[in-house]
Design a protein around this ligand. Structure first.
Ligand code: URA
Length: 448
């Protein structure tokens, strides 16, 4: 087999065989096939696409390029959740204990943040003492004992995806639906999921800006899951403004605890209920999403979700007091600086990516993989889309440690310009647009 023939076949719109895809991926990981040939192939895929069968073969080849985690010693259906990346997205922190409290085991491997999006592992590390590394045996024992563990990705998971993603980043081939879908699903398969619930974001802060593209990405991932025998459901949700009102590690932990106490930001609570309800169905604890939602609401109302969070934090060495007293337990920034609206009107849009970048500049996120982050700093949004503001009123707060005055002014200006304020009132955007399953697309709301 010759790599050049594989590139040519894809360039001309052909369908690659399983053997050709394996040859390419295995050869790339081993270093036998150079970056320039894989770049040409990725560009051919970008323009020609891949069939559902090819996409599933690529997913499996990437999943099997490294360790395949075996979660079979954990009792019950292991349902994983993945978000395509958001700003102010502390969903995992609230959702995992809610789902575990309702009886579905959560054995989750999460990542760190990069660029304008945050990572669950960084957020958890803002809880004093919390350990994100557990041995495989301890991880499995903890899930069997308390139903929940969250650790950082370790070992050699999907090396093919790591290498290919790095290459796509510098060859303008990230935004290809089969390449994104196979990249995400390969990591879920390698992490041992039996079933998968996906939160596919749509809007200005997402990979996919249009609803139709977001649905196509969701369908590609559901097709892969179905082809590979993993029940997969995707929810399409809004990223035309940050999901929650807190952006920054400790700030987001605090916001997630509010959800568990039944006092959460409505958008964050609602997305946890939507994703969690499907997790309970796939995990065999609910007959329908409506029943799943009822069970999750019960876990909040009767305190079992918060108690599960407390138990989980304690099991991983963290200060369990955080559940009852987040303010007194989490690191806090030295100063809070308000950002004031320049004009009166109604908030029509908050560019999520700009807010994420502003939080990164304060130190909450990483500009490069090597950057050090400050777990206490970040941004609290005081106004959301649809709300009225007066000139000079605070639209947001910057939580700051040591940022120099000129940089602080730059960040404040960035937050101000991320807000579109108009004289005409506008409705808050819908949160959930569609649910995609193997049976089709259920559209919930149209997108403006
Ligand atoms: N997230 C991933 O893991 N992979 C992609 O290709 C895009 C987003």
């Amino acid at each position: 087999m010759r790599t050049v023939d594989i590139i040519q076949k894809k360039r001309d719109g052909g369908e690659l065989s399983a053997a050709e895809i394996r040859f390419l991926i295995d050869g790339y990981v081993k270093g036998d096939i150079p970056d320039y040939q894989v770049s040409a192939w990725a560009m051919a895929v970008f323009f020609q696409g891949m069939s559902p069968r090819e996409t599933a073969e690529l997913t499996m080849a990437m999943a099997e390029s490294g360790d395949m985690i075996d979660l079979s010693p954990i009792h019950g259906v292991k349902v994983d959740k993945h978000s395509t990346g958001g700003v102010g997205d502390s969903v995992t922190l609230a959702l995992a204990p809610m789902v575990a409290a309702a009886g579905v085991p959560v054995a989750k491997m999460s990542g760190r943040g990069l660029g304008h999006t945050g990572g669950t592992i960084d957020k958890l590390e803002s809880i004093p003492g919390f350990r994100v590394e557990l041995s495989r045996d301890d991880f499995i024992r903890q899930v069997n004992e308390i139903g929940l563990a969250v650790i950082g990705q370790s070992g050699n998971i999907t090396p093919a995806d790591k290498k290919l993603y790095g290459l796509r980043d510098v060859t303008a081939t990230v935004n290809s639906i089969p390449l994104i879908a196979s990249s995400i699903m390969s990591k879920k398969l390698a992490s041992g999921a039996d079933a998968i619930v996906l939160d596919v974001k749509t809007g200005n802060g997402a990979f996919m800006k249009s609803l139709d593209d977001s649905i196509r990405l969701a369908q590609a991932m559901v097709d892969i899951g179905t082809e590979l025998g993993r029940h997969t459901v995707a929810v399409i949700s809004d990223m035309d403004q940050p999901l929650g009102s807190a952006i920054g590690n400790a700030l987001e932990v605090k916001e997630a605890i509010h959800v568990l106490k039944g006092e959460g930001t409505p958008s964050l609570t609602d997305i946890c209920l939507a994703l969690g309800s499907h997790m309970l169905v796939l995990g065999g604890k609910a007959e329908s999403p409506a029943e799943g939602e009822r069970l999750l609401r019960e876990s909040i109302a009767n305190g079992t979700a918060l108690a599960k969070f407390e138990q989980f934090i304690k099991a991983q060495g963290g200060a369990a007091a955080v559940a009852q007293d987040p303010q007194g337990t989490l690191p806090a920034a030295a100063r809070i600086v308000p950002v004031e609206a320049g004009a009166a009107g109604y908030v029509t849009r908050i560019v999520a990516e700009e807010i994420g970048t502003a939080a990164m500049l304060l130190g909450a996120g990483r500009a490069t993989k090597e950057s050090q982050i400050d777990l206490a700093v970040g941004i609290i949004l005081r106004k959301r889309v649809g709300e009225r503001v007066e000139a000079g009123e605070a639209i947001a707060e910057l939580h700051v440690n040591g940022t120099q005055p000129d940089e602080l002014e730059r960040v404040a200006q960035m937050v101000r310009s991320a807000y579109d304020i108009h004289s005409q009132p506008t409705e808050a955007p819908p949160l959930l647009y569609a649910v995609v399953t193997k049976d089709g697309v259920q559209r919930l709301e149209a997108k403006a």
